[in-house]
Design a protein around this ligand. Structure first.
Ligand code: HEM
Length: 244
């Protein structure tokens, strides 16, 4: 039977599995999480459709057929392909993602969700403690039941990186490719060295988000898909292991 070892739960002398169901995720975190997941899939599909029109990347202001590229994807050029509906869906999903993400970020600061639930506790930043969590993740060890009550240190770092680095970088580089926005605020684009650099960084950050999603889904599955997803839907987490 697992005991609550994490610093987030150090005040609990009881066994985790003896605890009753607990309030896990607030309504706002749940609603914004699922809207984000939906808009992310919209962005992913439409981004791929847009990419097929020109699956090649450049650095600096301009780039095109006949100019040196920094990355050539082994995909066919599909001029007049799916990029029409792709662009429409991409803009729609991007605005949903921006508005929804802003709401999540604003409420995360106001309700101290980021400080309470995502900032790592000092005790968990000790090398031994971090290494313990990293090595169990690397061995794909099933996360302990205590992680159904609070995120472990690696989850916290990863979620903070996604929320405060990768998603803002995606939005910024996206704006840096929008002519109307760049003509009003050129610095949004010049800071990256030009439109093509912004496009390349946008693509690389998208790849990191896809990698995050694959690991995220693997870890949720290892921890017990039904219980974790149910907690993200209903807000309540059963403090019991999920037996397959
Ligand atoms: C269908 C796909 C997805 C599923 C099933 C899913 C499931 C979950 C679950 C169960 C949790 C809680 C983790 C736990 O209790 O250990 C969670 C949290 C989280 N997920 Fe997802 N997720 C999905 C897609 C995404 C995507 C696309 C993103 C971002 C690009 C994302 C970002 C996050 C973040 C940042 C948290 C922490 C939220 C917070 O507490 O503020 N998820 N997810």
């Amino acid at each position: 039977m697992a005991t609550a070892e994490s610093a987030y739960l150090s005040g609990l002398a009881t066994r985790v599995s003896d605890l009753p169901d607990t309030e896990r995720h607030t309504a706002l975190v749940r609603v914004t999480h699922w809207i984000n997941a939906l808009s992310f899939f919209g962005l992913l599909i439409s981004g791929f459709a847009i990419l097929l029109a020109h699956p090649r990347f450049y650095w600096g202001e301009a780039g095109g057929i006949g100019t040196p590229s920094v990355l050539d994807l082994p995909l066919p050029f599909m001029k007049g392909g799916p990029s029409g509906w792709g662009r429409n869906l991409h803009f729609l999903s991007a605005w949903v993602c921006v508005i929804n993400g802003s709401l999540y970020a604003l409420s995360g600061f106001l309700t101290r969700h980021f400080r309470k639930d995502l900032m790592p506790a000092k005790a968990d930043l000790r090398w031994k403690s971090v290494w313990g969590v990293v090595s169990s993740h690397l061995r794909f060890k099933r996360p302990g039941v205590e992680t159904s009550l609070a995120y472990d240190v690696l989850q916290r770092f990863t979620y903070l990186a996604v929320v405060f680095v990768l998603l803002p970088l995606m939005i910024w580089t996206g704006f840096a490719m929008a002519p109307a926005i760049v003509s009003a605020f050129p610095v949004i684009q010049t800071i990256f060295g030009g439109q093509q650099s912004a496009r390349t960084i946008h693509f690389l950050a998208a790849d990191l988000l896809v990698l995050f999603l694959l690991v995220h889904l693997t870890m949720v599955s290892l921890a017990g898909f039904k219980n974790r997803v149910r907690a993200m839907i209903t807000g309540r987490s059963p403090a019991r292991e999920e037996h397959p």
